[in-house]
Design a protein around this ligand. Structure first.
Ligand code: AP5
Length: 215
């Protein structure tokens, strides 16, 4: 099973990616998490990516394509994978096609989350994450049991650097300009299925599961 989750920043891809990977036992390739780990580790990739991420811009295609190409050739991806946050441009989608052909894999599920912008703004400006394990929270709808402390580990629950009002608006603009044309690319191939991603996390999860082809 090879799945791509598409949709605007804050539409709930990361939340559902975790559930889908638990349900279907396929690795989750969340490019935002991969980059944030690299930033925390202070690696060359992290140093290069950080300035783009904090300003709400995309990390250059060449960097992202190299990262995913390498990851997809790892053994655990042979039986399937879930992509969350990649591709984000037409160039990334085209490079993914080439990589999939090289490893003899076909993407079988391209799922586009639909959420109105007003709800996205509420979700992102209230989002909190654990700085250690990455667990997600929301200040209003899903706060941690003890303010500022993760329920699952001893990490601190913080706001992401790119979730400020200004940066969220920039990310939404980048989405419209660079990522919507990529969705049109997949739509042209007739493979995109739209998912209503408004409702509880459980409701959205059930909708996704009912759409997924289990090859
Ligand atoms: P990334 O981390 O991928 O950010 P994003 O796409 O902007 O997505 P988000 O993580 O913001 O949102 P999400 O859809 O996962 O929503 P979530 O589940 O957290 O990328 C960050 C940066 O890295 C980019 O800006 C770029 O610089 C760089 N980057 C990454 N990939 C790249 C690429 N391929 N090319 C170039 N650059 C790249 O949910 C959001 C909130 O809503 C949470 O609080 C959650 O609790 C809540 N929520 C979730 N579901 C629901 C629901 N059903 N109802 C109510 N609340 C909900």
């Amino acid at each position: 099973m090879r799945i791509i989750l598409l949709g605007a920043p804050g539409c709930g891809k990361g939340t559902q990616a975790q559930r889908l990977t638990d349900r279907f036992h396929i690795p989750k390739l969340t490019t935002g998490d991969m980059l944030r780990s690299a930033v925390r580790a202070g690696s060359a990739l992290g140093r290069e990516a950080e300035q783009f991420m904090n300003s709400g811009a995309l990390v250059p295609d060449a960097v992202m394509i190299g990262l995913i190409r390498e990851r997809l050739t790892e053994k655990d991806c042979a039986a399937g994978f879930l992509l969350d946050g990649f591709p984000r441009t037409v160039a990334q989608a085209e490079a993914l096609d080439v990589t999939c052909r090289a490893v003899r894999q076909t993407i079988d599920n391209v799922l586009e989350f639909e959420v109105p912008e007003s709800e996205i703004l509420q979700r992102l400006t209230g989002r909190l994450v654990c700085d250690k394990c990455g667990a997600g929270y929301h200040a209003v709808t899903q706060p941690p049991q003890i303010a500022g402390k993760c329920d699952r580990c001893d990490g601190n629950v913080v706001r992401r650097a790119d979730d400020s009002d200004t940066t969220v608006r920039k990310r939404l603009n980048v989405y419209r300009e660079a990522t919507e044309p990529m969705i049109a690319y997949y739509a042209g191939l007739g493979v995109v299925r739209k998912v209503n991603a408004v409702g509880t996390v459980d409701e959205v999860f059930e909708r996704l599961c009912s759409l997924i082809d289990r090859n």
